[in-house]
Design a protein around this ligand. Structure first.
Ligand code: FE
Ligand code: ZN
Ligand code: FE
Length: 195
């Protein structure tokens, strides 16, 4: 790797690997999600992701290269964290909130990559590539925003409503409990930070 053009090509391969890995992960996430809205958000983004791969094919073509992926450890790690969550979360509502968090980490990774690729393509005067990459960047941003809306529009609240095992055994007189726990909460600052 010697030139900006080389760097651009290498990063394109990284994103190509990432998009293909995301394409495999999203249907699993859709299957695991409890909320119908979240399910369709994942399914719709999987369809968009197919287009992202096609756009990358075109950018490779502009470069005169054949499309090729290069293992992206960062994205692999994010997918691993998602798999960990899916095997560990025992409450469906908490799982949904966690899935959104994981998906947003992926979208932000993509936004970072596409933002950089756009800037490099611009520097390299590759106008057609800039256009293709920008189109995808906008869709990643929209996907991220959609996830925020789902999270703050009810899924986080439902996740919070999930009772812990301890709450269940203590019965449901929440107000008394809140009073008693005030001291401890203030010490840890947990409650304050969480709200
Ligand atoms: Fe994408
Ligand atoms: Zn990477
Ligand atoms: Fe995406």
């Amino acid at each position: 790797m010697h030139t900006l053009n080389d760097l651009f090509t290498e990063t394109l391969k990284d994103v190509y690997f990432a998009e293909n890995a995301i394409l495999k992960a999203l249907p699993k996430m859709a299957k695991k999600a409890k909320s119908d809205e979240l399910k369709s958000a994942f399914t719709e983004h999987a369809e968009e992701t197919e287009e992202h791969v096609k756009r990358l094919d075109k950018v490779f073509k502009i470069l005169g290269q054949k499309p090729e992926g290069k293992e992206c450890p960062a994205l692999k790690g994010l997918v691993e964290e998602t798999e960990e969550l899916m095997s560990e979360a025992s409450s469906p509502d908490v799982l949904d909130a966690g899935l959104i968090g994981c998906a947003q980490a992926v979208e932000h990774y993509e936004m970072a990559r596409y933002g950089t690729l756009c800037a490099w393509a611009e520097q390299l005067d590759m106008d057609d590539a800039v256009e293709l990459l920008e189109e995808t960047l906008e869709e990643e941003k929209a996907a991220d925003q959609k996830l925020t809306e789902l999270a703050t529009g009810g899924i986080n609240e439902q996740a919070e409503a999930e009772e812990s095992d301890q709450d269940e055994s203590n019965g449901d007189d929440d107000e008394d409990e809140d009073e008693e726990n005030k001291d401890e909460d203030n010490k840890t600052g947990k409650r304050k930070r969480a709200r």
